[in-house]
Ligand binder design. Sequence first.
Ligand code: HEC
Length: 189
Amino acid sequence: MKKALKIIVLVLAVGFIGMQFFQIDKTNPPIAETETLEAAVAVPPDVALIMGRSCNDCHTNKTVYPWYASIQPNGWFLKDHIDEGRRELNFSKFNTFETKKKKKKLEEICEQVETSEMPLPSYLWIHRDAALSETERKALCDWTKQAVTNLEKSEPPASGWPKHFCPRNTRNTRKRRTIHLLFRVLSRI
Ligand code: HEC
């Protein structure tokens, strides 16, 4: 029995040591200033501070890796979250999105923090200071709403047609066809 225990401990120890040879890549991808969130929308200092503390490690190319990222399998989980977080929404690439996607992502930020889905709960176990207060959640939501309005204002009109009648602005094909037909008839008389 004692011998079996020794073997188990030995196997675990060797396994753990073996894992340490598979370190994660901690180099941050380069950032082009013109592609960032700040280049797309105005980010007030209080919002920048909140995001720097609670979001940027997973949603920018400015990740600061903690020391335990060098201990596997921790680092692997961490890297997985960072890769996925960046894939879903990378603030360092925000200005490369189309206006529609920018607005959607901004709306999602408010949604995710209001429902406490973000920052990821597992992140908060260690980064306790990343937890958001009610005031901070509100600050983020107010900012996203303002930013969406500003984006809408700066958007060029889709065409000379009134917004609601422009066929390109409606997903409903039947409505679109009817509008087209109407315009065709009107242009004949
Ligand atoms: C520990 C890493 C981590 C932190 C910190 C983090 N996120 Fe995330 N975020 C993720 C991952 C992983 C996903 C994708 C999976 C998911 O939705 O759960 C995600 C998804 C999102 C999405 C959804 C994107 C979409 O298109 O569905 C939004 C919005 C978001 N995060 C905003 C935030 C905000 C705002 C903060 C800070 C208050 C934050 N996140 C902090 C890892 C993180």
